[in-house]
Design a protein. Structure first.
Length: 193
């Protein structure tokens, strides 16, 4: 069963594009873009994990962005993979690297998770993100904790982070009963809206 979510609102603004542009503006404002070369491996890591999610879950997604008047779901996913997430990562890494003490790093880490959850709550309420197959905001919170920890650790222990991420993915697949044998070449199959 392929998943298609259509949230086209007449005259609506594409919030996914707007959100990406807000993050791009914030990256420029904070000069986080200056760190892209230093953190390129981490950016590739996150993009590869998102693409792996789509490859492993072509017909049973845990969350899905809605498409709106200007884009289909594939375009929306690509915006998140190659614009939104890299911007969010650069902002996070710049903020946390500027903190000198463990306490300040922990506060930055918790603030980032809080902002991510607030954004997701708003988008779920407005039907711009859909939680599917048992996924909910509690799982999203745990996911953000793991994701931001992996992003932070990736720079110094990339192999550990990749192995940990792959193990976590397979545990999630078992827990949410994502079929292992349902993988096909059309890994963005449910996103063409």
């Amino acid at each position: 069963m392929l998943i298609f979510v259509n949230n086209k609102k007449k005259g609506g603004v594409n919030v996914h594009i707007a959100f990406a542009l807000i993050l791009v503006a914030f990256v420029i404002y904070t000069k986080s873009y200056q760190l892209w070369k230093k953190h390129l491996d981490t950016l590739w890591y996150v993009c590869s994990m998102i693409l792996l999610y789509h490859f492993l879950t072509p017909t049973k997604k845990l969350w899905l962005y809605s498409n709106t008047i200007f884009t289909n779901l594939l375009a929306t996913e690509l915006i998140y993979i190659f614009i939104t997430m890299p911007c969010a990562i650069l902002i996070f890494l710049k903020a946390i690297k500027n903190k000198k003490t463990f306490r300040n790093k922990a506060i930055c880490f918790l603030n980032t998770i809080g902002i991510s959850i607030t954004w997701e709550c708003l988008f779920v309420k407005l039907n711009f993100i859909y939680h599917l197959n048992g996924w909910n905001l509690i799982y999203s919170t745990l996911f953000y904790i793991i994701m931001y920890l992996c992003i932070y650790i990736h720079e110094t222990k990339p192999l550990f982070v990749y192995l940990f991420s792959i193990i976590t993915i397979f545990i999630l697949m078992i827990f949410f009963r994502i079929p292992f044998l349902n993988i096909n070449i059309n890994f963005l199959g449910g996103l063409n809206g």
